[in-house]
Design a protein around this ligand. Structure first.
Ligand code: TGC
Ligand code: FAD
Length: 385
């Protein structure tokens, strides 16, 4: 079969959504997949892909105006899925740029901030990062130490952020800091005195993504760089996370698809005990299990996308999908690695690279436990955090 589709997901897409998916798929096959193993091996972010991604309209794709594509939520999900079919690092880059930087500037920024940043970010000329997590515990962001104090019309920012995707390559950081009024969002520019970023080296996961730490040492941030529309508190950063987590629910199904496709190719060709490995009952059951998880995950992602486009999506639904789809993708990637035998431990195949990446994906944007506890809170009405 051409494209695995046991629930008729393809037929539920509009022509425009299918066209978006096909154009991203062509880019991934022609330009991204040929680079990715080397980037992973060398721990290098493929910077040369930023411009082509921007030209395809993949940055801030859900935003109307400001040189953005104005696509719907399902199209954004399909973009994430195709990019993560290549590597979680590419989807991470787009998640952060689109959902965690451009989205809050659009939702909570003033018109001058939107005009200044969004078109340049859509063109890939400005790269953004999102600083919420701190070294002493990311699951509980309200526990943050980074703070901003008013001085005249400006703000003086001190503290640090850890595990920041795009941190070492970003021109702009959306930084969440404690103020006397509560948590607020600031736009911190790379060349502001006192701001620095370092790369986190020797990662075993997301090696093709640039991850770093951000440091703020008496950084003077003008009032014009405060996001004025944010309500004070965690609500604004959590609402950004809802956007990105939704994209992850789609994205990881791309990694899972890549693993199933590779397993199918390999087990069909591999001859053991006088027949193709794929002709054994045990292997077919394992492949069918992988297809079952992808089918359920994609149906859930599509359903959420339609609800998002209607404005009906609730954060707890996104928690359920992020948890379910990351767990399924991780199980599929590990299963695929095993089906490849010894060959599965090399970079000639994608399964272990995806499995290693998914260790980060199941942790960032709220660990699996955090999403389970959000679902538990909805079920019981009791807050266990
Ligand atoms: P809680 O009481 O739940 O909520 C406070 C207020 O916020 C509202 N809210 C949300 N609004 C929009 N979207 C959401 N997802 C929301 N979740 C909550 C909520 O309604 C409430 O509003 P109000 O009016 O009632 O005050 O807040 P809490 O402090 O109890 O939150 C607990 C918890 C654990 C859920 C939260 O702290 C959390 O999500 N922790 C995990 C942190 C996290 O996910 N960090 C991610 C950092 S960024 C990242 O990892 C990027 S990686 C990207 C990549 O490379 O792809
Ligand atoms: P902790 O919060 O210390 O959690 C440790 C363990 O405790 C986990 O298993 C967790 O599930 C568990 N746990 C926590 N609370 C409870 C509880 N109440 N009950 C039971 N178990 C619990 N952050 C950003 O702000 N921006 C980024 O761009 C970004 N990019 C990232 C990229 C990568 C590659 C990685 C790995 C992380 C990134 N993060 C980013 C940080 C990420 O969001 C955090 O790692 C994540 O939120 C978890 O925080 P932590 O690592 O401090 O783990």
């Amino acid at each position: 079969m051409d494209r695995i589709d046991f629930a008729g997901v393809d037929a539920e897409l509009s022509d425009e959504e299918r066209a978006v998916r096909e154009s991203v798929a062509r880019f991934v096959d022609a330009e991204a997949l040929p680079l990715i193993s080397e980037c992973f091996a060398e721990s290098r972010f493929p910077h040369e892909l930023v411009k082509p991604m921007a030209e395809l309209g993949l940055l801030g794709s859900s935003i109307e105006g400001y040189a953005c594509a104005g696509l719907n939520a399902v199209s954004y999900g399909l973009i994430c899925q195709e990019l993560e079919r290549c590597d979680s690092a590419l989807r991470s880059f787009v998640s952060v740029q689109s959902s965690l930087c451009m989205w809050p500037i659009h939702a909570y920024g003033d018109e001058a901030q939107r005009e200044r940043w969004l078109p340049a970010m859509a063109r890939g000329e400005i790269i953004g990062c999102f600083g919420l997590t701190e070294a002493h515990g990311g699951s509980d962001p309200l526990n943050m130490l980074t703070h901003a104090k008013r001085q005249g019309g400006d703000w003086i920012l001190n503290g640090s952020k850890m595990w920041i995707t795009n941190g070492p390559i970003a021109d702009l950081a959306v930084v969440w800091a404690l103020t006397d009024e509560g948590v607020r969002g600031f736009l911190v520019e790379r060349d502001m005195p006192g701001f620095s970023a370092t790369a986190i080296e020797r990662k075993l996961s997301l090696r093709a993504s640039a991850t770093g730490a951000l440091f703020f040492d008496d950084v003077r941030v003008p009032a014009s760089n405060l996001l004025p529309g944010t309500e004070v508190g965690l609500k604004a950063p959590l609402s950004c996370l809802t956007q990105a987590r939704y994209g992850i629910a789609w994205g990881v199904m791309g990694a899972a698809r890549a693993c199933l496709d590779e397993s199918l190719r390999y087990t069909r060709e591999r001859q053991l005990f006088g027949r193709s490995l794929a002709a054994t009952q045990a292997v077919q059951i394992r492949l069918a299990e992988m297809a079952r998880k992808i089918t359920l995950g994609e149906v859930l992602a599509l359903h959420l996308g339609r609800r998002k486009d209607r404005g009906a999506l609730r954060p707890v639904e996104v928690s359920m999908a992020k948890w379910n789809n990351c767990r399924s993708a991780m199980e599929i990637a590990r299963e695929a690695r095993d089906l490849l035998g010894g060959a599965g431990i090399t970079l000639e195949y994608g399964a272990l690279r995806h499995a290693l990446n998914l260790e980060s994906v199941i942790t960032y944007e709220g660990t699996e436990t955090i999403h389970q506890l959000s679902v538990g809170r909805e079920l019981t009405g009791l807050n266990a955090f």
